[in-house]
Design a protein around this ligand. Structure first.
Ligand SMILES: [Zn+2]
Length: 270
């Protein structure tokens, strides 16, 4: 198996970059695969920014929009990775309280089995099936048929959190030392399926309510508090059923007016 390990797809998420740099110099003892390490967005990393011109992690697949510096970087990475690697591990962090999370953006057997295998090894891991799968997905993972986006948090942008660095390294090393043979499939593993995003009200100055802040993966029921303003007025959750929120108040999503991603719990896939 040829595996690409990508750190720094977002330049202000140095946890994954530390792991990627370490793996560049130190091959895991039990490594069973050929792997190569890539720094996703070198200029954004130098400047400590998520991106320079546009989000690199939205430039792949058929919906990917390539422009500016990240457009060039996306094309360069595709040239090196597309068609040459079987599996991608893309290492991210989030400012949200999500712990160790794996985001799945395709239904390839190796993707599903790798997530199930890591979850068996580290039960605290949460697995999220993304909203846009396969060609619909504009993430770096689209450069190979199979792969995982690793999201760990909470950590502020540009901060090196040692616990998250070690945990990320443990997950990546486990995959590199694994033979991809597994009887466990996600069919038997409970995970989250993203169903939509929730946005801030269009008018007024609203903040995420304290009871929702840091409550990623805690069931949110209709009319539970979601927003609060300076007058301590509260707006409840307007939705037809309960959801599991994640990426709650993620710093990078504020520009898009997003409060959280909503998921449901389920087994199976697609
Ligand atoms: Zn990221």
């Amino acid at each position: 198996m040829k595996i690409a390990v990508i750190g720094g797809t977002h330049g202000n998420e140095p946890v994954g970059i530390e792991v990627m740099k370490h793996l560049k110099q130190n091959k895991p003892k039990g490594c069973l695969h050929d792997y190569e390490c890539f720094l996703g967005n070198p200029r954004a990393y130098e400047e400590g920014k998520r991106f320079i011109d546009t989000d690199l992690n939205r430039t792949f697949g058929k919906n990917g929009e390539r422009k500016g510096y990240e457009g060039d970087q996306s094309a360069a990475l595709s040239k090196e990775i597309q068609g040459k690697f079987d599996f991608i591990l893309d290492l991210h962090t989030t400012t949200s309280n999500m712990g160790l999370t794996l985001l799945l953006n395709n239904d390839h057997e190796n993707t599903r089995n790798a997530a199930a295998y890591l979850k068996e090894l580290m039960p605290e891991i949460k697995i999220i099936e993304g909203m846009r799968l396969g060609e619909e997905c504009p993430y770096t993972n689209n450069m190979a048929q199979a792969g995982l986006t690793v999201e760990v948090g909470p950590v502020a942008n540009n901060v090196l959190d040692s616990a998250l660095i070690l945990a990320t390294n443990k997950m990546v090393t486990a995959i590199l030392e694994w033979d991809f043979k597994s009887d466990i499939d996600l069919k038997e593993v409970e995970h989250f399926k993203s169903i939509g995003e929730y946005t801030f009200p269009k008018t007024g100055d609203w903040y995420v309510h304290p009871s929702l802040e840091r409550a990623d993966f805690v069931e949110l029921h209709p009319s539970d508090p979601v927003f609060i303003n300076m007058d301590e007025e509260v707006i409840g959750f307007e939705y037809e059923h309960s959801v599991y929120p994640y990426f709650v108040n993620e710093a990078a999503y504020l520009n898009d007016n997003l409060v959280m991603t909503m998921g449901i719990k389920r087994k199976g896939f697609n």
